[in-house]
Ligand binder design. Structure first.
Ligand code: GRG
Length: 308
């Protein structure tokens, strides 16, 4: 992932080198994901799982989890299994989202979608395999974290995957497709569940593993909800303004599928303004953490400046 510009911190502080930070974290996450899933018999399913998991992507979710754990006094090692699990969950949701029964996409992360390479049957199973393995991976591989924190993080993962999270958001998204009168409340429901909830789980799990107090967890949760919605608004804008090469998936898909989006309701300029407002609100939640919050602040600003 290449950050387009380095966010300037307030006067007197050296600029935070977000590009270098993201690159370093991304390398750590890539290595951990690569060694997480070996190819054994039956090879086909492990290859299909690895195909999508290792297809690139910004790795924003695991990086958020690691960054929050460190900010809250924990270590990268404490959070890495959960960070990998979050990327497994994210990847499986992309595989299922791309299926003909859902969004029916041919490209993802600059490559053919999982079902285009392995067939629909194996793609469904690859998603299921990644989802199940995510939970096993956290439970088996987390070290030097009290068991009750690990349990709390696992419960949080379960919640975000199910009807209270990704699945619930996807159902309302499917129901709303082709409808002319989708309200802003419905759109917010969809994206709070489909997109913001997983980003929130990344940040909150990072905090939980580090043993952060409940009041601070609430602040982190609000930070993440705000960046999550801003992330989706920018995603909707990029679907209109970016090319297929930049996105790594078919551009203009929302318009083609007659999907309600933030730009279709607010227009592009107002959508940009709303995204900025959410980022400001997110950053304000981090005041209490001082200098240690620099990575999370820079990531929040990156969300509105990203081009893919
Ligand atoms: C979780 C059981 C279960 C099923 C999945 C299909 C589905 C239910 C939910 C859809 C979730 C979905 C695809 C939301 C879109 C989120 C989003 C904005 C994805 C793009 O994220 P980026 O830009 O992608 O971070 P990269 O490739 O960089 O990781």
């Amino acid at each position: 992932m290449v950050a387009t510009d380095n966010f300037q911190m307030p006067q007197g502080q050296a600029p935070f080198d977000l590009s270098a930070y993201l690159q370093e974290r991304q390398n750590l996450v890539e290595a951990a994901l690569d060694s997480a899933i070996p190819v054994i018999y039956p090879e086909k399913i492990y290859e299909a799982m690895r195909y999508s998991l290792l297809a690139g992507g910004k790795r924003l979710r695991p990086i958020l989890c690691l960054a929050t754990c460190e900010m809250a006094g924990g270590t990268i090692a404490m959070a890495m299994p959960t960070a990998c699990a979050l990327e497994m969950i994210h990847t499986m949701s992309l595989i299922h989202d791309d299926l003909p029964a859902m969004d029916n996409d041919d490209y993802r992360r600059g490559k053919l979608t999982n079902h285009k390479v392995y067939g629909e049957d194996v793609a469904i199973l690859a998603g299921d395999g990644l989802l199940a393995y995510a939970f096993e991976f956290v439970a088996v591989n987390t070290r030097n974290v009290p068991a009750e924190r690990v349990l709390q993080a696992i419960a949080r993962l379960g919640r975000v995957v199910g009807a209270a999270g990704l699945v619930g958001g996807q159902v309302v998204d499917l129901e709303s497709e082709g409808q002319a009168d989708v309200s802003i409340e419905t759109l917010n429901f969809i994206h709070n569940h489909k997109t913001a909830a997983l980003l929130e789980a990344c940040v909150v799990c990072g905090g939980i593993l580090a043993g952060i107090p409940e009041a601070d967890l609430q602040r982190l949760s609000r930070y993440a909800q705000n960046i999550g919605l801003a992330f989706q608004i920018v995603d909707d804008i990029l679907d209109i303004t970016a090319t297929q090469e930049e996105l790594g998936k078919t551009a203009g898909k929302d318009l083609q599928a007659q999907k309600a989006t933030y730009p279709s309701i607010w227009g592009i300029e107002e959508s940009q303004r709303q995204a900025q407002k959410l980022i400001q609100a997110a950053v304000a939640e981090l005041n209490l953490f001082g200098e240690k919050a620099r990575p999370l602040i820079a990531i929040a600003h990156f969300i509105t400046s990203r081009t893919h």
